[in-house]
Design a protein around this ligand. Structure first.
Ligand SMILES: [Zn+2]
Length: 467
């Protein structure tokens, strides 16, 4: 459970080949990628369409023209070796108050209104955008998929759409769309983060900005964190000494003596935003969306009647080439794009367009590279909480064996979206050999938990992991 488990492929690749213009600049080499740049474009456009449906994108020409002007300036300054002529860059404001931004493969970028409002100058907005743009130019989203190939069950495009629309399957459900997209494209390893910081610095300098403004805005994001911590920081973890190495890189670059900072356009857009009604939070959007939706998301809600007790006979399932598990024979296998749920009849269905279950277990993998097990588990719980505000904090973590490996176990409580009653969630996790987090979420109503806890233990005990 030490950091020695960290996967080092990307580091090795980075050190192996060089593409440097100035000796003092840190070399950057895009990671291995089995997809074509055209795949990036296709995947990104598909995902962007989902984003447009799920998030309150702004149709405000002043905001979007402003973002596009910054974006175009940055795109032109991406070093030639990382230019992809087929990429279709776009820069769109989102009417949400968090300091956040994200970019999808092949070019679509979304910048939250909170980002523009809280920035102290244009260089800070450009800093976040240059960082995001660098993930796109280095094709980190699909490179991550390349590494994750053994988990790719079904088509990648389907996974993304499913992740964005459906959120995670589970009692604890209704993950904001962010979590879904993040799982595939935006939750990056520290190696990728450092690459994006360095390429972002170079791009900024070329576009007339000071890369130190990127270092500054990361500090601002950290300080302005809302409940659950800043989403941006959890998607883009600090590789360590971020502020210092960006500033050091800036010294090796030709930075304009008069970098773009408080421009008239920047002041104009900020005062324009002050005339609009305030942006809402992501949580409010998720809540309103759920309230306005009927159960058209696929099936009836779980039944409120009696749920059959877990069979004492067990059936074994092979999940791709990832793991084997045995579950009570009267539980059905409900495969989703990025996880699998086993639940008895009547215990699963749809509430407000999200898949839910009231009894059973969800098993999946979450990519939390470069973390120790405990930190990765905490991050999993934190991301669950984004769509499940009433999920409790873990009291304590116990050691557990998961698939014969060292794991942790913790017990959470929640109010079920399906029944409105209290439910208990047994969380078991362990790390796979590539550092990603394997998890089992056992769910049962509080008054039935005592008998289910034994079932979850037996299910976890049956797991055999392939990697
Ligand atoms: Zn990043």
């Amino acid at each position: 459970m030490s950091r020695a488990r960290v996967k080092s492929t990307v580091v090795a690749v980075t050190l192996a080949v060089f593409a440097v213009t100035t000796a003092a600049q840190t070399p950057i080499v895009a990671p291995k990628n089995k997809y074509s740049p055209a795949d990036d474009v296709k995947l990104g456009l598909g995902a962007a369409q989902q984003v447009e449906k799920e998030l309150p994108v702004m149709r405000d020409p002043q905001v979007n023209n402003y973002l596009n002007a910054i974006g175009r300036r940055l795109v032109e300054s991406i070093p030639a070796e990382f230019q992809h002529p087929e990429f279709r860059y776009s820069f769109t404001g989102v009417n949400l108050k968090e300091i956040n931004a994200f970019a999808l493969p092949g070019g679509p970028m979304f910048i939250y209104r909170g980002m523009i409002e809280k920035a102290r100058n244009e260089g800070e907005i450009a800093g976040v955008m240059a960082h995001e743009l660098s993930h796109v130019a280095l094709r980190h989203g699909t490179a991550q998929q390349t590494k994750a190939a053994p988990y790719a069950i079904g088509q990648i495009a389907g996974q993304i759409a499913g992740a964005i629309i459906g959120g995670r399957t589970g009692a604890i459900i209704a993950q904001g769309s962010q979590f879904g997209i993040g799982t595939y494209f935006m939750k990056f390893s520290r190696e990728y983060e450092k690459q994006a910081d360095l390429l972002g610095s170079r791009t900024m300098a070329g576009a007339g900005y000071d890369p130190r403004d990127m270092a500054n805005v990361f500090k601002t994001i950290q300080q302005e964190s809302g409940p659950g911590g800043p989403q941006w920081m959890s998607d883009h973890p600090d590789p360590g000494n971020r502020y210092e190495y960006i500033n050091r890189e800036a010294q090796s670059l030709r930075v304009s003596p008069n970098p773009r900072r408080v421009t008239p356009e920047f002041q104009g857009v900020q005062s324009h935003l002050r005339t609009l009604s305030p942006a809402v939070s992501s949580e409010e959007v998720a809540r309103n969306r759920n309230a306005g939706r009927t159960t058209d998301g696929g099936g009836a809600p779980p039944s409120s009647g009696n749920i059959p007790r877990p069979d004492s006979r067990y059936t074994t399932y092979n999940e791709g080439n990832l793991f084997r598990v045995s579950v009570p024979s009267n539980w059905r296998e409900l495969a989703s794009n990025n996880n699998v749920t086993f639940a008895p009849d009547g215990a699963y269905g749809s509430v407000n367009g999200s898949s839910v279950f009231t009894h059973g277990a969800e098993i999946g993998v979450s990519r939390n590279e470069s973390h120790d097990l405990q930190t990765a588990t905490e991050e999993l719980i934190q991301s669950l909480r984004q769509g499940t505000p009433r999920l409790s904090n873990p009291d304590r973590y116990e050691r557990a064996s998961v698939g014969g490996r060292p794991g942790v176990h913790t017990v959470l409580s929640n109010i079920s979206d399906a029944t409105g009653g209290q439910e208990i969630i047994d969380v078991y996790t362990t790390q796979l050999s590539d550092g990603s987090l394997f998890y089992v979420l056992g769910v049962a109503p509080r008054d039935e938990y005592n008998s289910y806890a034994n079932v979850f233990r037996r299910v976890v005990g049956s797991i055999q992991l392939a990697k």
